[in-house]
Design a protein around this ligand. Structure first.
Ligand code: 1HE
Length: 261
């Protein structure tokens, strides 16, 4: 699949080993419609082998206004189940795909837009970002996996408050409660996201794989199973030639030191 086959509401480009996927429907505040969600699934399912990290961002003044509400009006009940499952499939490809994803958030990060952001591994927010779950005020419920992905990030009580009161959280509040890991000035998000992406791309591929696929499973399992799984991941990582070469480089004073803050 070629990136030029994506719908025009998605724009993909390459920056070396980093792929950039941009939500490109600024006139509708990057509201996510069916072709966009299907395009996201396709993009993350067919990444070229040499792409090591993805940066996900939004064109215009907002990351995403969430679900395209025009699609909802005439949908029947079971079609709603299938629709939600299609979002689950797509966002599952974001979270459990082949490479880490850095999301750059600005403006509205709302409803399904926040659910999409939650599927990324690192979130960089600009100071103009704001977060809300307005589903309650629209008479609907989340459907893009937010019930699963948001509680581990911010806690069930905070999420319940966001849903019940439709309160808007500022970028600073989002940073404080764990919605973003980085907070940068307006207009600086993409550069920061790209910088982080290139840093992540320098890691050994297995370490990135384990952080994405093993860590969340350990975090969701009982501690005894977690310790065993961690031991297996540690052994696999250290057995890899990549690890041996990097350890040797450090011991021979060629590898990077941990930077002092
Ligand atoms: C949309 C959507 C949308 C904008 N679906 N068309 N999401 C929401 O409830 C958020 C709804 N949107 C907003 O609150 C505001 O649009 C924003 C705060 C995001 C941006 O405000 P603003 O003043 O910059 O833009 P606008 O004038 O409100 O919108 C510009 C256009 O985008 C306008 O269309 P136009 O043809 O009149 O120009 C809007 O109708 C359109 N637009 N947001 C469709 N969401 C899997 S379940 C997930 C459930 C959810 O995501 S619920 C949350 C839905």
């Amino acid at each position: 699949m070629s990136w030029s086959d994506l719908p025009s509401s998605l724009q993909a480009e390459r920056r070396g080993v980093v792929a950039v996927l941009r939500l490109n429907r600024a006139d509708k505040r990057n509201a996510l419609n069916d072709p966009m969600v299907a395009g996201i699934e396709t993009f993350f399912s067919t990444l070229p082998d040499d792409i090591r990290v993805v940066v996900l961002c939004g064109q215009g003044a907002h990351f995403s206004a969430g679900l395209d509400l025009t699609e909802l009006v005439d949908r029947k009940t079971f079609a709603g189940v299938e629709h939600s499952r299609s979002w689950h499939r797509a966002f599952d490809r974001v979270q459990f795909g082949s490479v880490p994803v850095v999301a750059v958030l600005h403006g509205a990060v709302v409803g399904g837009g926040l659910e999409l952001a939650a599927a990324a591994h690192v979130r960089v927010a600009e100071r103009n970002a704001f977060y809300a779950l307005p589903e309650g005020s629209r008479g609907i419920y989340l459907g893009g996996g937010g019930s699963v992905r948001l509680p581990p990030l911010i806690g069930t009580a905070r999420m319940m408050d966001m849903m019940l009161t439709a309160r808007t959280l500022s970028a600073e509040e989002g940073q404080m409660i764990g919605l973003s890991q980085y907070l940068v000035d307006e207009g600086q998000g993409f550069a920061k996201g790209l910088e982080l992406a290139h840093r992540i791309a320098d890691n050994a591929p297995f370490t990135n794989f384990a952080a994405m696929h093993v860590l969340p499973r350990i975090a969701g399992s009982d501690p005894a199973a977690g310790y065993v799984t961690e031991a297996l991941a540690a052994a696999i990582a250290q057995g890899d030639d990549e690890a041996k070469a990097r350890l040797k480089a450090f011991l021979e004073k060629r590898g990077p030191k941990v930077a002092r803050k």
